[in-house]
Design a protein around this ligand. Structure first.
Ligand code: MG
Ligand code: MG
Length: 249
């Protein structure tokens, strides 16, 4: 069952989204050559704490940090560490969530570290474009897989591939609620979208093939072929007049 939120619940989620967005922006401003992913995690933890919110990921199924920090061929769920210092030309996907009054916000973005190659820039731009195309389907009576199909169309149209094993999700009082929202599939399938549904939509797009594997740390997911991966995510509410992005300041 997809839990629909009342307007007052969506207002609380807007606050959780604002904290999440501010955290992601300030982490992004700290991204530069030489910084470690553990230092970026500390930035995120400080912002969320200063806001009086709670980090959504820390302790979630035992995850040890506030952000997921996934570098280059890492797709998602990278663990921040002092051993990983960013280098010019890297890309870093940062995923973060915050809890306000029991409601979750969830957002992600891939940041360029200094100057990156034209092809890597294109991957980041296309992945962001996938998210925009998906949000553009978030109107009442569109079908769930219209979101999925929009992502796949943009990604594959640009010559990139869509990660299959990890998907977007409903969000509210739990970080992961029904439904699962794959980033691929035919249009026009699944439940009709209704006001009050809130989704974390999160295309994960690889420059090479779609296959991924997990590292021995039990968390980090990397591309099978070592190609670069990008990840953009927003928490989005469906309302009578269309989508409202909650993870904005
Ligand atoms: Mg996320
Ligand atoms: Mg998510």
């Amino acid at each position: 069952m997809i839990i629909r939120k009342s307007p007052s619940e969506i207002e609380i989620m807007r606050e959780a989204g604002r904290v999440t967005a501010r955290t992601l922006r300030l982490v992004g401003e700290a991204v530069r050559p030489g910084v470690s992913t553990a230092e970026l995690d500390e930035v995120a933890e400080a912002v969320i704490s200063e806001e009086g919110a709670q980090p959504a990921f820390k302790g979630y199924h035992g995850f040890p940090a506030t952000i997921c920090a996934s570098l280059n061929s890492e797709v998602v769920h990278g663990i921040p560490t002092r051993r990983r210092r960013l280098r010019e030309g890297d890309v870093l996907s940062v995923d973060v969530g915050a809890i306000v009054d029991g409601y979750y916000g969830d957002s992600a973005m891939t940041f360029a570290v200094g100057k990156i190659s034209d092809e890597t820039r294109r991957l980041l731009d296309v992945t962001a474009e996938c998210l925009v195309a998906a949000i553009a389907k978030c109107f009442e009576d569109m079908r769930l897989s219209d979101i999925s199909h929009a992502v796949q169309t943009v990604a594959e149209g640009a010559g990139f591939s869509v990660v299959r094993e990890y998907v977007g999700h409903g969000i509210g009082r739990e970080m992961h609620e029904e439904p699962q929202i794959p980033n691929f599939g035919p249009a026009g399938k699944g439940p009709a979208l209704k006001p009050g549904m809130v989704f974390a939509i999160e295309p994960m797009i690889n420059a090479g093939g779609h296959a991924v594997r997990s590292l021995e740390d039990g968390w980090t997911v990397v591309t099978q072929d070592g190609s670069i991966s990008a990840h953009f995510e927003h928490t989005v509410a469906i309302r009578e007049n269309g989508p409202t992005i909650l993870t904005v300041e």
